[in-house]
Design a protein around this ligand. Structure first.
Ligand SMILES: NC(=O)c1ccc[n+]([C@@H]2O[C@H](COP(=O)([O-])OP(=O)(O)OC[C@H]3O[C@@H](n4cnc5c(N)ncnc54)[C@H](OP(=O)(O)O)[C@@H]3O)[C@@H](O)[C@H]2O)c1
Length: 414
């Protein structure tokens, strides 16, 4: 079990990355979990796992003068079909920037909100995506602490990770520990930092708490359940079907409610002997928020952090007054806006992956060019755990086109 001593709140101002001298000091109180495998951010070179190391020929193909790449672009808001696979200008990184060749891209529900216009994209047309792992291919003038070949990950702004290459401010990139492979990192950084912020900062879950997690088999939900269980909480999860219920149970849910056919508030009352839960983590929104309020114990926290079923209606103050409830609508970006907060949150996540507290479920991978299919499956509630897009490199595209041609000509011979 994790204790609050090993998983500090990200708001802690005393956090610093362990230097070699800090690591040798046994008297200083510091978060043990952070002492695991992560180098400080000034250590630039991180070995690339051989399973995903790009071949030399591929690296040569995309040298530092390369200015064009393929990316998904959205020219008009709408369904998954509005995502087009196009050539874009990438250009060279400016001061404080790096260019990465993406190797694995995390798909998040927020990408759907931007594509549909639930949230406004900064410009039209735009490239969606807020999470990627990649290899640095160029660094801006004068930048220190990053170099070509580094493996880095980012989650959040700037939008635009559904691309073979992307320019990023160096300040948003964190090193990926060698123990975590690229697909895992792309599927866990944004979702895992969200889980960290929700469980350790927004409401600090402790042993003895009872928590309710909606969409418990989803990308964020799976990690929330595992981490809350590790913190010693009793975890109740809601899911839409049996397959998802089985995963939620494996992920540490002590009780699973199939909310497509069971009444959530009634079941939670039964499970908690009428007391209710200390906190509800609600990312479903419209379809669940009323039951979420009903499920809370006196002085409970409703943490509304998403709206996969639609925007929840406003909650009248009187509904909070009846049990002295707390309501918050957190965004990951506001809890990782400083470099220290970002490194602490990412550090907690990668350390928990490395030490086995979090099992990363990369259940679905798609070629980047088929991002529309990934979105359709995510919105259609067909996915469990995380979704990752894998960019095809130009030589691979050429090969796959050649193979497709050969298949076609062979089939015409049959
Ligand atoms: N506030 C933040 O900073 C922050 C950060 C990250 C993510 N989020 C939010 O966290 C949520 C989960 O994100 P994720 O990327 O991990 O997605 P996800 O949970 O893997 O996918 C969404 C899940 O929501 C459930 N759902 C219920 N009603 C739905 C509906 N009408 N349409 C689609 N799905 C529905 C489905 O699970 P069932 O089939 O089991 O119902 C579905 O699998 C999203 O709402 C996202 O916006 C918020």
């Amino acid at each position: 079990m994790l204790t609050s001593a090993t998983t500090p709140c990200c708001a802690s101002s005393s956090f610093s990355w362990p230097s070699s001298s800090a690591a040798s000091s046994s008297t200083r109180r510091r978060p043990l979990i952070l002492l695991l495998h992560l180098p400080p951010p000034s250590v630039a070179a991180v070995p690339i796992p051989s399973s995903i190391t790009p071949s030399a020929s591929r690296l040569r193909l995309r040298d530092s003068t390369m200015a064009k790449a393929k990316a998904i672009r959205v020219h008009e808001l709408g369904g998954p079909e509005v995502m087009r696979w196009e050539e874009v200008e990438v250009g060279a990184p400016k001061d404080g920037e790096i260019r990465i060749r993406t190797t694995a891209i995390g798909v998040n529900f927020i990408d759907v909100y931007f594509r549909k216009g639930v949230y406004a994209a900064p410009a039209m047309p735009f490239t969606p995506g807020m999470e990627a792992v990649g290899v640095v291919t160029a660094v801006g003038p004068g930048l220190t602490g990053r170099k070509v070949g580094d493996v880095v990950a980012y989650a959040g702004n700037p939008m635009g990770s559904y691309a073979q290459e992307q320019i990023l401010p160096a300040s948003v990139a964190v090193p990926v520990p060698p123990s975590v492979d690229h697909k895992q990192a792309a599927s866990v950084m944004l979702k895992g930092m969200t889980a960290h912020v929700l469980l350790r900062c927004v409401f600090k879950v402790q042993s003895g708490h009872t928590v309710l997690v909606h969409a418990a088999a989803g990308g964020v939900g799976s990690l929330l359940c595992q981490w809350a269980n590790a913190l010693g909480a009793t975890v109740i999860g809601t899911v839409s079907n049996e397959e998802k219920a089985a995963q939620a149970t494996q992920d540490g849910c002590h009780h699973v409610i199939i909310y497509t056919r069971e009444d959530v508030a009634t079941r939670v009352k039964e499970i908690t002997s009428g007391k209710g839960v200390n906190v509800v983590y609600d990312s479903v929104g419209k379809d669940t928020y009323k039951a979420s309020v009903e499920c809370l114990a006196s002085r409970g926290f409703l943490v509304s952090f998403g709206q996969s079923s639609g925007k929840p209606d406003p909650i009248p103050m009187s509904d909070l007054a009846s049990k002295s409830l707390f309501l918050t609508r957190p965004s990951l970006m506001h809890y990782t806006s400083t470099r220290d907060e970002l490194l602490e949150s990412a550090g907690e996540v990668f350390a928990n992956v490395a030490n086995g507290v979090l099992r990363v479920r990369v259940n679905h991978t798609y070629p980047l060019s088929e991002a529309a299919r990934a979105h359709a499956d995510l919105e259609g509630r067909k996915t469990l755990g995380s979704i990752v897009l894998i960019p095809e490199m130009p030589d691979e595209q050429a090969n796959s086109h050649q193979q497709a041609k050969e298949r076609d000509s062979n089939s015409s011979l049959l």
